[in-house]
Design a protein around this ligand. Structure first.
Ligand code: SAM
Length: 239
């Protein structure tokens, strides 16, 4: 079936994201790789082109609603899975250094194939748990922005993500539209982790009208060495 590339371009226009034909080709190639690998490995439940555009590509890129990407130099994507939001962000904003982390090695191998095939540069994919990388000097407090989508509840996720963010940088969490209770239950954790919720931005995906939210958390000072706690503890016993 033909891919509705005009639909993709329209949606990028709606977000005021500029593109070249080469960037569009990279998104299409990424889609092909995703669908091909999905036949032998669980990467995505969504496979139809327009749906992947809306629920993976456009959802990932909707981050432009809450931050000026031209001012961002480095992003780490925790629990990136098949590369969301990190790969679409790298394709459309190539000036940003992108680090992808996932605890499933098969997915990291797939990401490395994508990086090679799409000839992406200044992007690396790492296998392992966020809690371990968050203690590693090479990664700790080194990023302007940490992003994460569909990985854990906000309290646990904040302990995974806040360690990577530089003071004055941001952790931006992709969540569904109704996340008020989750936010309430994570306020204490966010405070302990040197964070402050700056904004909760609700929006709808253009066609499906699925309701989504960004929780934008500012890192207000360096993080205590107590965090993150050992691997597994943030999810078993959230702050
Ligand atoms: N972010 C992607 C997306 O939105 O499509 C993938 C979401 S998938 C439901 C969750 C991913 O998080 C899985 O690939 C899993 O391996 C990874 N993950 C879960 N806990 C993790 C941790 N502590 N450190 C690193 N990766 C983790």
């Amino acid at each position: 079936m033909d891919k509705n590339v005009d639909n993709l371009k329209n949606k990028l226009n709606q977000l005021s994201i500029e593109y070249s034909e080469s960037q569009i080709e990279k998104l299409l190639k990424y889609y092909e790789m995703l669908i091909e690998k999905n036949k032998v490995m669980n990467l995505t439940a969504i496979t139809e082109f327009d749906e992947v555009v809306e629920k993976h590509f456009i959802d990932s890129l909707s981050i432009v609603r809450v931050i000026d990407m031209e001012k961002v130099h480095s992003i780490i994507d925790i629990g990136t899975g098949a590369g969301f939001p990190g790969i679409p962000v790298k394709i459309m904003f190539p000036h940003i250094k992108v680090t992808l982390v996932d605890s499933l090695n098969k997915r990291v191998n797939f990401l490395n194939e994508v990086i090679e095939n799409l000839e992406l540069s200044d992007i690396e994919a790492y296998h392992g748990r966020a809690e371990d990388y968050g203690r590693d000097k090479k990664f700790r407090e080194k990023y302007d922005v940490c992003v994460s989508r569909a990985v854990a509840n906000l309290a646990s996720l904040s302990e995974y993500c806040m360690p990577f963010v530089k003071p004055d940088g941001y952790f931006i969490s992709y969540k569904s539209g109704d996340c008020e209770e989750e936010i309430d239950n994570s306020k204490n954790a966010i405070k302990i982790l040197s964070g402050k919720i700056e904004k909760v931005e609700k929006f709808s995906l253009p066609d499906s009208e699925i309701s989504r939210s960004f929780i934008k958390i500012k890192k207000i000072k360096n993080l205590s060495n107590k965090y993150p706690r050992k691997s597994g503890i943030p999810s078993r016993n959230p702050l």
